[in-house]
Design a protein around this ligand. Structure first.
Ligand SMILES: [Cu+2]
Length: 68
């Protein structure tokens, strides 16, 4: 298991939080997602044998947010 903190731009409300959380949790290998709206960060616990950081970023970007 790995943990990563992603910096995500554009999340402003509860809807954004849910969109990002759900998109990540749909990925096989993602165990836990914690969105911190005010800080603009997303903490993800994931199984690195099942999902890559690139995939995590793509899932967020597909929802319309920029990942730094
Ligand atoms: Cu929003």
């Amino acid at each position: 298991m790995m943990a990563i903190t992603l910096h995500v731009q554009g999340m402003t409300c509860g809807h954004c939080k849910m969109a990002v959380t759900n998109a990540l949790k749909e990925l096989d290998g993602v165990k836990n997602v914690e969105v911190h709206l005010q800080e603009g960060i997303v903490d993800v616990d994931y199984d690195e044998t099942k999902v890559s950081v690139e995939k995590l970023k793509e899932a967020i970007e597909e929802q319309g947010y920029d990942v730094k």
